[in-house]
Design a protein around this ligand. Structure first.
Ligand code: FES
Length: 228
């Protein structure tokens, strides 16, 4: 089987791939399967990584977790490069393949500068993998979120406190106490319209004045994670 994929044409979003046979079901590219069966940079033994910068996140969508260890070096010109990226997860095939690919992307060619790694988009990983089923996108962002968490650990430990971003949710529906993170997770789980997000979160039913902002957030997260 080769890596050629056919963009889905029905209700699938960008990033979806379908089997060339057009049979119903998921299709994983050979690249995804290769990274799943032969994951790169998976951490077998934590010995030697006690001083690495650590990031850990969980997925509200499925309860799975991801842990990332980074080694970062500062060059003479001040560039901070990621020289090593190791990871472990309880996640599924999509999380394993995406994080394996991410680990290759940030360490190849001598290591990516931190700023470039933080600017990577989920679609960049998708492109290298040849696509993932849209409903698995929430798995593919786990590695990226753990990477960010590990970079924040580096900023804290290297005294660059002004660069530390704290993942605090912004209250959107003040009556039901629903945050932008709740909207983000709903979109990652496949809710791509206001109605679908409301079916999952009830956002706006307590405070209808927030609905325009909810619609903006849905557009923002769809663009961020699905490029559409
Ligand atoms: S289902 Fe949990 S990471 Fe994919």
């Amino acid at each position: 089987m080769n890596n050629s994929v056919t963009p889905a044409t029905n209700d699938a979003r960008k990033g979806d791939v379908v089997a060339p046979t057009k049979e119903k079901g998921w299709f994983y590219t050979d690249t995804v399967k290769d990274h799943f069966f032969h994951p790169k940079n998976f951490l077998e033994d934590e010995a030697g990584y006690g001083d690495a910068y650590l990031g850990m996140v969980g997925s509200p969508a499925c309860g799975d977790a991801m842990k990332v260890w980074l080694k970062i070096e500062k060059e003479a010109d001040g560039t901070e490069r990621i020289k090593d990226f190791k990871w472990k997860t309880f996640g599924c095939a999509s999380a394993i393949a995406s994080t394996s690919m991410l680990s290759v992307m940030v360490t190849e060619n001598g290591g990516m500068p931190i700023e470039a790694a933080l600017a990577l988009r989920p679609q960049d990983i998708m492109e290298r993998l040849g696509g993932l089923p849209a409903r698995k996108v929430h798995c593919s962002v786990l590695g990226d979120k753990a990477l960010r968490s590990a970079v924040m650990d580096y900023y804290r430990k290297s005294g660059q406190i002004d660069k530390v971003e704290v993942e605090a949710g912004r209250l959107i529906d003040k009556v039901l106490k629903i945050t932008d993170h709740d909207i983000e997770e709903a979109v990652l789980e496949g809710a791509d319209t206001l109605e679908k997000v409301q079916a999952r979160t009830k956002v706006g039913t307590g405070d209808p004045s927030c609905i325009p902002e909810v619609e903006n957030l849905i557009r923002f997260y769809k663009e961020k994670y699905f490029g559409a």
